[in-house]
Design a protein around this ligand. Structure first.
Ligand SMILES: NC(=O)c1ccc[n+]([C@@H]2O[C@H](COP(=O)([O-])OP(=O)(O)OC[C@H]3O[C@@H](n4cnc5c(N)ncnc54)[C@H](O)[C@@H]3O)[C@@H](O)[C@H]2O)c1
Length: 366
């Protein structure tokens, strides 16, 4: 068999999640990690050395990295508010990009990223590893088959009872938003991807921080700067309504089930992204000749198995599909153009919650 070309990959941002990227790249025999950068002095060097990449150069600024290292692709693992600037520098240098989720903080940043990728004719893929999750794929498959007809209503589910992550996730200048950008973007992706990502039109939202700002529940209350709960009513093209809710902390075990209501049936996932419910399962509801049918969608492997116990580890899927896309020069596995709609909803929720009224979503022409 023909040996694949060894791809040269760089890593931008050497904090927590960069290690998950690095571990997978190190496992791929068609990838060579050729450099890393991080604005914290010494952090990129320490990161590379940890993986014995002593000869790979370390930088503080992505601009220096692209000047000095030739790369086919790069992972952007910086905090949310610097995703756009780093991606754009990489595209201008002709590098394909896997950018961590959420795509960015503002919609404008997302638009700039997509424009830069288009101009450079490079891949922009966003790091939503649940796309490779067995359960998510079953739902996508069922809804895509037409089993529930036209979907007119969706609601996200799950949520954390106590799950404020801390670190840079609660700093406004770094994360931009809190729970919404951290785990909310996953719920949006799960619901919208199952029905082909319709365009969002309007959002009416509210966001709170009753837990993050309360020292009884969060030791860093004095410096907590973002949302820990948000809820929204979103109108989408094609007469679809989407009720979004997500929490880092609350006095309940779940915000409810994830649900898609269609004209011929419904799908319910009895937990959201963060499961407190060990009985999590997919239900399929329909009507046959006037009879109400409730069915459990049988998994071929247990639902509660960790990703690594599943036939395809979702992190492996995320990293491998990016590398394969570089070999083929596209398409992006989770295209930036599509995730712009996700970003537009996050941006709309943020704006609407701030203004205290419904806002229109206007996505500029790319
Ligand atoms: N997919 C997942 O499961 C997952 C999990 C955790 C975090 N994330 C995402 O990954 C991103 C990073 O999260 P983290 O937990 O690693 O945060 P982190 O704060 O631990 O690391 C971010 C690193 O980026 C560096 N950085 C920031 N701006 C930079 C710039 N302009 N150039 C170079 N380096 C820069 C910081 O100095 C820091 O070391 C976030 O967007 C987060 O949402 C994804």
């Amino acid at each position: 068999m023909k040996q694949k070309k060894k791809l040269k990959i760089g890593i931008v941002g050497a904090g927590g999640i960069a290690h998950a990227h690095m571990k997978h790249y190190m496992d791929f025999n068609d990838v060579e990690v050729v450099g890393a950068c991080d604005i914290i002095p010494g952090r990129a060097r320490e990161f590379l050395d940890k993986y014995n990449l002593i000869g790979a150069p370390a930088f503080e600024h992505v601009k220096d990295m692209v000047k000095n290292v030739q790369m086919d692709g790069a992972s952007v693992c910086t905090y949310n508010t610097t995703h756009a600037e780093c991606c754009i520098v990489l595209f201008e240098a002709g590098v394909h990009v896997l950018c961590e989720k959420p795509m960015s903080f503002t919609l404008k940043e997302g638009v700039d990223m997509v424009r830069a990728a288009r101009k450079a004719k490079k891949i922009l893929t966003i790091g939503f590893q649940p796309r490779h999750d067995f359960m998510h794929q079953k739902v996508d498959n069922l809804i895509g088959s037409g089993a529930i007809g036209k979907v007119y209503y969706m609601q996200s589910g799950g949520g954390r009872r106590r799950g404020i992550p801390g670190g840079t996730f609660v700093e406004k200048d770094k994360a931009g938003f809190g729970c919404l950008g951290d785990i909310g973007c996953y719920s949006i992706d799960q619901c919208l991807n199952a029905i082909g990502y319709p365009k969002p039109l309007t959002v009416s939202a509210m966001a709170t921080n009753y837990f993050g700002k309360n020292p009884k529940y969060w030791p860093g209350a004095k410096t907590f700067e973002v949302d820990d709960f948000s809820v929204a009513f979103v109108r989408l093209e094609g007469d679809v309504t989407f009720v979004f809710k997500q929490s880092w902390a609350m006095h309940a075990d779940t915000l409810g089930d994830t649900l898609w209501l269609g004209t011929e049936g419904a799908i319910k996932v009895t937990t959201g992204f963060e499961s407190h419910n060990k009985e999590s399962r997919i239900m399929y509801y329909t009507d046959v000749n006037g009879q109400h049918i409730d069915s459990v969608v049988l998994p071929t492997i247990p639902f509660n198995a960790y990703a690594s116990e599943r036939p395809m580890d979702m992190w492996f899927g995320k990293m491998r599909t990016f590398v394969d896309a570089i070999h083929k020069n596209g398409p992006a596995p989770v295209p930036g153009e599509q995730i712009l709609y996700n970003q537009a909803i996050c941006d709309g929720i943020y704006r609407s919650a701030k203004l205290g009224k419904e806002v229109e979503i206007k996505i500029p022409k790319i």
